[in-house]
Write a protein that binds this ligand. Structure first.
Ligand SMILES: [Zn+2]
Length: 248
């Protein structure tokens, strides 16, 4: 039977502990001119309480963060939410600075089963991300809801976005759906930065990837990272800021 580390290494290569992710992202941000005291952190993770460890770790470095969270980590707060966060940023040297962290999540249990986790006080196995798993159940059962339900806004919007980018007739695995959510979140973040960041007064740095819940702690597979400084977009690779993988 495959165990957590083997499956994580094979399916999400480059994964590192969440502690190393925060340390590397903090170092990369500092090199680009983003110091925690002069920057507001904006954290978009799934609403699942399992994501709390990473949020807390980010906040221990960056201070209280504006909450960007939505089901599956999707950025459903819209222009108004982004602009509210920006209006809370410190102004240092006449400029505002924003650090975005935006990641979907997935569990892998001790036996290496993708999507499975345990929850304190609850018997039997549980699933993460539950929102993505619910999407896959509807999709595979040919009963996917694609109209906006005001009583299920986030889930129906998530399903619309995923359906837009999946090939017709394709039912992805949970890992594939998570990577699909990662790309949607990255694209949405880029779009919202274009719409809401005023390069005349503000700079930002963005970190994406996938949050992974392991049996012994949290991990992150880093994804696209970039900064926008005085209007110029500068992509960078977080791997340059990380030592050898803890899972290597
Ligand atoms: Zn979730």
């Amino acid at each position: 039977m495959q165990d957590f580390a083997a499956v994580c290494r094979a399916r999400f290569p480059g994964s590192i502990s969440d502690e190393r992710f925060v340390r590397a992202s903090t170092a990369a941000a500092a090199k680009l001119g983003f110091e925690p005291a002069a920057t507001i952190a904006c954290v978009g993770l799934c609403r699942d309480e399992l994501t709390r460890d990473l949020r807390d770790r980010i906040q221990r470095t960056w201070g209280e963060a504006f909450d960007f969270s939505g089901l599956a980590g999707m950025l459903f707060l819209g222009r108004t939410g982004f602009m509210a966060a920006h209006a809370h940023a410190p102004v240092v040297g006449g400029r505002e600075r924003y650090a975005y962290f935006a990641l979907p999540h997935i569990a892998i249990d001790a036996d290496g089963i993708i999507g499975r986790c345990t929850r304190t006080g609850r018997p039997g196995p549980s699933t993460a991300c539950g929102a993505l798993a619910a999407f896959l159940v509807e999709l595979s059962g040919n009963r996917l809801r694609l109209t906006t339900d005001p009583l299920d806004l986030e889930q129906t919007r998530l399903q619309q976005r995923l359906a837009e980018v999946l090939s017709h007739g394709q039912t992805p695995t949970l890992a594939e759906a998570t990577e699909c959510a990662e790309r949607l979140i990255r694209d949405d973040l880029q779009r919202m930065i274009e719409l809401t960041l005023d390069p005349g007064v503000a700079d930002c740095v963005a970190f994406t990837g996938i949050q992974i819940h392991g049996p012994d702690g949290g991990y992150v597979r880093p994804g696209a990272c970039w900064a926008v400084i005085e209007g110029e977009t500068r992509p960078f690779d977080l791997a340059d800021w990380v030592g050898p993988s803890a899972l290597a």
